[in-house]
Design a protein around this ligand. Structure first.
Ligand code: SAH
Length: 196
């Protein structure tokens, strides 16, 4: 297949936590993503005060930027360390609450209320817990999901989208035989069949 050996690769949650512990987080960028700046108008589509979802959010700096623009941001991330670093690096006070529907999960919410970050696996979320979103910023998310979980991930994302929502997806194109991922190579044909 055109995705080579990547189809069977699995990165466990423990491996992700270990990357955060070791500071092995080359995917994190201090600057806002140029493609989000370029396509922000497309994402917003003339609307203001949106609910914007960041799947597999890490400590993405764009969450602070969009909240400052008046949107409300929800993220999900397995690494609590990542989320704590996010609030610390932006000097944002926050509170921590358990999530009654998800054993062991918590939600870290900025005191101003416009950023809520769930510390759990994305597969634990559902629209009855987080509601639906007007917009999704998917960078380092679909491409970080294990290839065997892609359909499950996309099916979940579709249930989290309001009917008028917009979804910006960033992927990377390269020869999947030369790098084991993540980020994984997700061919455009697969994106089309996943999202329909
Ligand atoms: N989107 C972020 C981070 C990309 S790296 C950015 O642009 O910087 C992928 C992140 O997903 C890592 O921080 C990892 O800890 C997290 N992650 C991996 N599997 C996850 C899962 N099942 N649920 C939630 N977060 C997950």
């Amino acid at each position: 297949s055109d995705i080579g050996l990547q189809r069977d690769r699995v990165v466990t949650e423990e491996e992700w936590l270990h990357k955060w512990e070791m500071g092995d987080i080359g995917f994190h960028k201090e600057q806002r993503h140029p493609l989000l700046q370029q396509y922000l108008d497309v994402l917003l589509n003339g609307r203001s005060g949106l609910r914007i979802f960041f799947p597999l959010c890490g400590k993405a700096v764009e969450m602070k930027w969009l909240a400052d623009l008046g949107h409300s941001v929800v993220g999900v991330e397995v690494s609590e360390e990542a989320l704590k670093e996010f609030f610390a690096e932006h000097s944002l006070p926050y509170s921590e609450e358990p999530v009654p529907e998800i054993p062991g999960a918590k939600v870290l919410q900025s005191t101003s209320g416009d950023i809520s970050l769930y510390c759990c696996s994305i597969y634990d979320l559902s629209s009855s817990i987080v509601g639906q979103f007007d917009a999704v910023w998917d960078r380092g998310a679909l491409v970080a999901v294990n290839p065997c979980d892609r359909q499950r991930y996309v099916s979940l994302m579709i249930t989290l989208m309001d009917k008028n929502s917009s979804y910006l997806l960033v992927t990377v194109s390269y020869d999947p035989n030369k790098h084991k991922g993540p980020p994984f190579y997700v061919p455009e044909s697969e994106i089309k069949s996943l999202f329909g």
